[in-house]
Design a protein around this ligand. Structure first.
Ligand code: AHN
Ligand code: ZN
Length: 327
């Protein structure tokens, strides 16, 4: 809120200052678009609701209950929702019943953007310093629930104020079922099973979007988002668009104008398989790696900061509402 008020204030000062000296009839527009205000409390509660189900590990009751919650929530915002169910094989042959949750706003609009996150949580806290936790699932407050929490809030706002473009939101399943550290067998592409499935079987034949934005671990205190390299390779213009938006809205302390790591994440398959130029907004420091909570028992609600949710949500809104339709 602070940042937008500040922007409006600046624009007002600029407007008055120029107006005073202005002898011609130039009209200075104060703001390009009217953005809805991102409600960080609402996003936070969305994260908490998911975590309260317990770990959202495929083939569990918590997973099924949370899917129902997410789908109902999106429907309550007037989206056209598809639950894409499938059975996929994990790295060790385990059959996973997965569900990708797809919400379409203004499905008739040909100009679309795609926003996505994974909604499952990791079955093993295999990065925990306590070896007893390696067999336990993670809460995934940040790793999974944070991105979904922000996108649910975006869905609420999009339902109240139509952007000029159509918006699709997808919650991908089974991103985090990648082979654990202890696994010694062969494995390939064992992460991102839900997005890999969807990229081969999109909910609409010939589905297209202008670009895609993935949110992954976007709620930790003091999170930093560097320009991830898979994103740079496939969609450097989208990286620029988003990082410029962060500059514009005053959130550069989160969105760093520096190169990040190369991350295997859902966006890799969306780029490679279905060719939607996609970026990953992910908390990963090229020098230190993921946050110390990552894939540990500490990725709980204590690891969620409303300020970070607000920064990411506000930058996204700026991008969504400034996207123009071309005929
Ligand atoms: C790998 O560790 C290969 N990819 C990280 C993707 C990820 C896991 N995002 C969240 N959890
Ligand atoms: Zn993970």
């Amino acid at each position: 809120m602070k940042h937008f008020s500040f922007l409006i204030l600046c624009s007002a000062i600029l407007f008055c200052a120029c107006g005073a000296k202005n002898t011609t009839n130039t009209i200075i527009e104060p703001l390009k678009v009217n953005l809805p205000a991102f409600d960080a409390d609402s996003a936070y509660n969305n994260v908490k609701r998911q975590v309260d189900f317990g770990a959202r590990v495929p083939n569990t009751a918590a997973h099924r209950a949370c899917a129902e919650f997410l789908s109902a929530k999106l429907q309550s915002y007037g989206a056209e929702v598809i639950e894409q169910r499938a059975e996929v094989s994990a790295f060790d042959g385990t059959k996973l019943k997965i569900v990708n949750i797809i919400a379409q706003f203004a499905p008739e609009n040909k100009n679309r953007i795609l926003l996505y996150s994974h909604w499952d949580s990791r079955p093993w806290a295999d990065q925990d310093s306590d070896i007893n936790n390696h067999s336990k699932p993670v809460d995934g407050a940040n790793d999974g629930a944070s991105g979904v929490g922000i996108l649910l809030e975006i869905a609420r706002l999009v339902s109240m104020q139509n952007p000029t473009i159509g918006v699709d939101i997808i919650f991908f399943d089974a991103e985090d079922f990648g082979a654990p550290e202890s696994y010694t067998g062969k494995e390939k592409n064992s992460w991102c099973l839900g997005s890999q499935y969807w990229a081969v079987h999109p909910h609409k034949a010939g589905y297209k979007a202008r670009f895609g934005i993935l949110l992954d671990m976007v709620g930790a205190p003091g999170a930093t988002f560097y320009k991830e390299q898979v994103s740079q390779y496939y969609a450097s213009n989208v990286v620029k668009k988003v990082w410029d938006a962060a500059l514009e809205t005053g959130f550069s302390q989160y969105f760093r104008q520096e190169q990040g790591g190369t991350i295997t994440d859902d966006h890799l398959y969306i780029n490679r398989i279905i060719n939607i130029p996609s970026i990953d907004i992910i908390h990963y420091n090229p020098n230190y790696g993921f946050g110390e909570y990552w894939h540990t028992a500490h990725d709980n609600m204590d690891n969620i900061d409303r300020n970070t949710l607000f920064a990411v949500g506000s930058v996204l809104l700026y991008v969504i509402y400034n996207e123009k339709t071309v005929k």
